[in-house]
Design a protein. Structure first.
Length: 247
């Protein structure tokens, strides 16, 4: 199979990344509905709907904003503006969705943690979306730097690059298994599973960014890496509490 993978159906070129992106949203939501149906949810249906709406709005704003910050000094031509409007990143979506949920909960007066039910659907959605990123090769800015290691792959430009999307797929499988084990074996407070997911995923993305050809840095860090640091700071109380408990 050649990458970028661009299947032709009935004479039309199919954007495989876009197809898998929409499929990721659909399957992840159906998985969420299944999990909620087979679990005890202390949050009412109306409040849960408000939380989902807050998450969606926050994710939409966050994904676009962080996507823009990845290259804030781009020339503001008409073509570039259209590209920027379509630029988005899952990292901004996750953190923006988190803030959107917290604002929605504060507005409706909901005090229970709501994130645990979203963890595995989010993981599944990211996994499906990353397959699309990998199949899109250099047409999606998720590819890695050039490398002479055995992991190098031709992602469409004739150069051997780190297949960072493929690395992430393997990580997501391991994280899914680890969180399932943690959910069954560990004694977790409501909301802890989501916090572990966020810290683990943002930690991975902080590291993998060093393998990507980013063009904008602040203090030697990309915009995504700075967001990762902000996420860790956001959960600093949780981190310190777990370190204290471990001691």
């Amino acid at each position: 199979m050649q990458i970028p993978f661009e299947p032709v159906i009935l004479g039309y070129n199919i954007n495989i990344h876009l197809v898998l992106e929409y499929l990721a949203f659909f399957i992840a939501f159906r998985y969420y509905v299944y999990l909620r149906k087979h679990s005890i949810d202390v949050i009412s249906g109306s409040n849960r709907l408000s939380i989902i709406l807050g998450a969606a709005i926050g994710a939409l704003i966050g994904s676009r904003l962080v996507g823009l910050l990845e290259n804030p000094f781009v020339n503001w031509t008409q073509a570039n503006i259209l590209n920027l409007l379509n630029t988005k990143t899952i990292m901004g979506g996750l953190f923006g969705g988190l803030l959107g949920v917290e604002l929605a909960k504060k507005y409706i007066g909901e005090t229970h943690s709501s994130g645990d039910l979203f963890v595995f659907p989010i993981l599944l959605g990211i996994f499906i979306g990353r397959i699309g990123c990998f199949l899109s090769g250099v047409k999606e800015f998720t590819y890695g730097k050039e490398t002479s290691s055995i992991f190098g792959m031709n992602l469409g430009d004739g150069l051997l690059r780190h297949p960072t999307s493929l690395y992430e797929l393997f990580f997501l499988i391991l994280l899914f298994v680890f969180l399932k084990y943690l959910q069954k074996k560990a004694t977790l407070k409501n909301g802890d599973l989501f916090k572990v997911f966020m810290l683990s995923y943002f930690g991975f993305r902080f590291c993998i960014e060093f393998l990507k050809p980013n063009v904008f840095y602040v203090l030697g860090l990309s915009s995504i890496q700075i967001l990762c640091v902000i996420c860790w700071l956001y959960y600093y109380k949780f981190i310190f509490q777990k370190i204290k408990n471990a001691r």
